[in-house]
Design a protein around this ligand. Sequence first.
Ligand code: DGL
Length: 273
Amino acid sequence: MIRKNRSKSSPVGIFDSGAGGLTVASAVKQLLPHESIIYFGDTAHLPYGDKSAEAILHYSRKITDFLLGHGCKIILAACNTVSATVWDNLNRYISGKAIPVNVIDPVVENVVRLYPGSFISIIGTKNTVNSLAYPEKIKKLSPGAKVSSLATPLLVPMIEEGFINDDISSAIINAYLSDPKLKGTETLILGCTHYPIIRDQIIDYYENKVEVIDSAMIVATRLKEILESNDMLNESSYVTDRFCVSDHTEYFGKIAAMFFHDQIRVEKIDLWR
Ligand code: DGL
């Protein structure tokens, strides 16, 4: 149940440490074009991948308060690091005020259902990998599953600095994906919402022989099911989207333009003043 002042036309709140969650926001807009979204990228504190759980919870709660303050009916943590490290606490914080959604549960359920018996690997931030959230959740649903994980911490700063589809990103991606821990991978989960931005380079590395799982459309589909089952789909024709960051960075706008075709204005909001 959510608070009575949330209505069908209330926005969907989506947040991440930076531009990564835009991959999910863009899938949400493709699938649910009649929903208004408020996106918050915490660029002032990026990356979350090596911060303490305490700091991540502090940032996530502050952003959640901002999104709740704008009447969001859903709070979607479009960040694996948040979903892996502080989700139980954040879920409780949001519950009763809006519908909490994380990015890990829908992906795990999808992969276990669609790729039974496959050797599943996960790449993600140090925090996501060290939390063991993915292997534990996968093994809970599929006890005999073969799972391996590798922290790939350079990928988020690389992407946020605009190193995409070039020699530098190819060298870093190749160095990580050739790690022995990933040898024999049949299904690779991109366990960070930034990674779909370099999905094509990852597919090229594997010469199309590995299933590369991108959370964006899986999570957007789950969001649609949640809105439908709660009778909360927007029926009004008034749709407005906002894109907010805690600090202006050179590449947030460029990455946003890749997904939203230059149509967006990025607002700087200082939640920590
Ligand atoms: N997109 C975030 C994730 O899914 C990136 C984390 C970071 O800022 O390091 O984990």
